[in-house]
Design a protein around this ligand. Structure first.
Ligand SMILES: [Zn+2]
Length: 50
């Protein structure tokens, strides 16, 4: 699945995630915004222990 920046429309992005943040950092030097993923993905993390 191709990521595209919701701010500039570019397709060059660096995936990033840590314990509290997950998304894609736009590599366009004129943009550089961070696009965090939908909150519902965090539900998967909470249920992995089951
Ligand atoms: Zn961008």
């Amino acid at each position: 699945m191709m990521w595209s920046c919701p701010y500039c429309g570019g397709s060059a992005g660096q995936p990033f995630e840590d314990r509290s943040l997950r998304g894609t950092l736009c590599l366009n030097p004129e943009c550089g915004r961070f696009d965090d993923v939908a909150e519902n993905i965090q539900d998967d993390w909470d249920t992995t222990d089951l």
